[in-house]
Design a protein around this ligand. Structure first.
Ligand SMILES: [Zn+2]
Length: 126
């Protein structure tokens, strides 16, 4: 099988997971990362309308496009869009992508919970 170009992957993801994202046609995808960033594997540049990805997983592209269509942070707005994409992945029969998206949302929710737990624990200390 011929390997899919990054551009073709981007338009496939856009078509399948973000069919109502009309501004998507003005967006580009590029290989790479945020300047100076090393830990990140992707970056959504909303000013220049470019999604950067450093690996070729569908989940990473979906993660970054969710920033483009929902919110730059990993809060509830972005999480909601990720959950919708996870449901779509299930409908498409792509269980692996569905689970990856779900796990990522859960990880961000756990991080928020941990911060709140630490706050409550420190405020209730005598
Ligand atoms: Zn992100």
């Amino acid at each position: 099988m011929e390997s899919e170009s990054l551009r073709a992957q981007f338009s496939r993801i856009r078509r399948l997971y973000f069919p109502k994202w009309s501004a998507g046609k003005y967006w580009k995808v590029q290989n790479g990362n945020r300047r100076g960033g090393s830990a990140l594997t992707g970056f959504c540049d909303t000013k220049r309308r470019i999604v950067f990805v450093s690996d070729r997983s569908d989940s990473l592209l979906i993660h970054e496009i969710c920033h483009a269509v929902a919110s730059s942070g990993h809060g509830i707005v972005w999480q909601r869009r990720m959950v919708a994409a996870s449901v779509m992945a299930l409908r498409l029969g792509n269980v692996r992508v569905a689970n990856e998206l779900r796990d990522e949302v859960a990880a961000y929710q756990n991080a928020i919970l941990e911060v709140q737990r630490a706050k409550i624990a420190s405020s209730s200390r005598p």
